[in-house]
Design a protein around this ligand. Structure first.
Ligand SMILES: C[S@@+](CC[C@H](N)C(=O)[O-])C[C@H]1O[C@@H](n2cnc3c(N)ncnc32)[C@H](O)[C@@H]1O
Length: 378
């Protein structure tokens, strides 16, 4: 079945005339499929609409249509990786990560939802409760409550930020490098009437003086510090902002002890994950606490939340395969018709292709996107 859609996608790209003829049907069918299959992936309880084909046609992530191709080329050049070496130009990381989120933010929202992270699946439950459980765990570990101030390091469009602010009653400041995400996040908070939040554009590699030293009771980062050129850089900035005794929880992307740098299939799997997720390199799980101790943190707890009996975090990628193929077919067709920017096909292809590497990394147990570290400033 999946092979059939793959062939259809190739056909759509190679035969523009036939493409035009079937586009109306494909678009209509895919719209139905999208709304039908993706229901649980969108936090419908938030009451906000996510992106759709119409909004994507204007450009991506605040980029105008013309800018998409240029930005895509820049991204592709920076993050293409081989032999497990990571990227060579680490100084350029921050800007290239910003470019990445200009390109993918709308597509993530469209195909995944407003929480840009994985969660261990919960038996018999849908995506939303699994995401909420993964997010509220952070608030509970930090002991967040009304009167406390927390920092969300790399807040995306704020799926976790809204859950945590609503769940805990604490004041949460979200910071993200990407201006477009700030707009999306602020708009959704406002629409939902969540007032105990503040969203700012900023670089987590340089949080002072934008924020005052020792001004936060707690901080957390959900699948965000993986974008830092080194963990020391982002951890030391968070350390400066925390009050003495303040805790920091981070969900890190790491390779596990099962990863073998001498096995070609392991290395190419991790290279593919790095490339399609704007990661300058993949850290080992040991590097997380090493970096934390180096900058002065005390390690309270470290745990791979992906390890059994946790439900598979990658199952959602498997279930979504058919939907991604359908989306890709429609994007290819609409790009041919010049309704969507051309490079969107490349961006979407990158995101769809990496799903296989992520599933492989999860099934082989060589990679985890949820190595949890709980750190405290003495
Ligand atoms: C995978 S997303 C996770 C977003 C959010 N934590 C969530 O779970 O929905 C990673 C986030 O890190 C942010 N980020 C990456 N590099 C950054 C930097 N140097 N400064 C601030 N934010 C950054 C990105 O803009 C993006 O919002």
């Amino acid at each position: 079945m999946v092979g059939m859609f793959s062939k259809a996608a190739d056909f759509g790209v190679d035969h523009p005339a036939a493409t035009l003829a079937c586009s109306a049907f494909a678009a209509g069918f895919s719209f139905m499929a999208y709304y039908h299959f993706s229901g649980p992936s969108i936090r419908s309880d938030e009451g906000t609409k996510t992106r759709n084909f119409f909004s994507l046609s204007k450009g991506l992530g605040g980029l105008k249509r013309k800018e998409v191709t240029h930005e895509w080329k820049d991204y592709d050049k920076t993050f293409t990786q081989s032999e497990g070496r990571g990227i060579s130009d680490k100084d350029h990381t921050k800007d290239a990560v910003n470019t990445f989120y200009n390109l993918v933010t709308d597509i993530y929202e469209w195909g995944w939802g407003q929480s840009f992270h994985f969660s261990p699946s919960l038996k018999g439950k849908g995506v939303a409760p699994a995401e909420v459980a993964h997010e509220t765990r952070v608030a509970d570990i930090l002991g967040l409550k009304p009167g406390l101030k927390a920092l969300d390091v790399g807040c995306g469009v704020g799926g976790p930020l809204r859950t945590i602010a609503a769940h805990s009653g604490a004041h949460v400041t979200g910071v993200t490098i990407n201006e477009y995400q700030v707009q999306r996040c602020a708009m959704m908070c406002e629409k939902l009437g969540i007032e105990n939040v503040d969203i700012q554009q900023g670089n987590f590699l340089k949080l002072v003086p934008q924020f005052e030293e020792e001004s936060f009771d707690a901080a957390y980062a959900i699948e965000a510090t993986c974008h830092s050129p080194t963990l020391e850089e982002v951890y030391s900035e968070v350390y400066r902002l925390l009050k003495p005794g303040g805790k920091f929880v981070s969900y890190e992307w790491v390779s596990t002890d099962l990863y073998d740098p001498n096995r070609e299939e392991h290395v190419s799997c991790i290279d593919a994950i790095n490339y399609a997720n704007a990661l300058p390199e993949m850290r080992t799980w040991r590097q997380t606490t090493e970096a934390a101790r180096k900058v002065g943190f005390k390690v309270i707890e470290e745990r791979d939340l992906a390890i059994s009996p946790a439900g598979e975090w990658w199952s959602r990628l498997k279930v979504g395969k058919l939907q991604y193929k359908l989306n890709h077919l429609v994007i290819s067709v609409l790009a041919k018709m010049m309704v969507l920017p051309k490079s969107m096909v490349d961006v979407h292809h990158m995101l769809v292709s990496v799903a296989n590497s992520l599933v492989e990394g999860g099934e082989r147990g060589i990679f985890s996107p949820m190595y949890m570290v709980v750190l405290q400033k003495p």
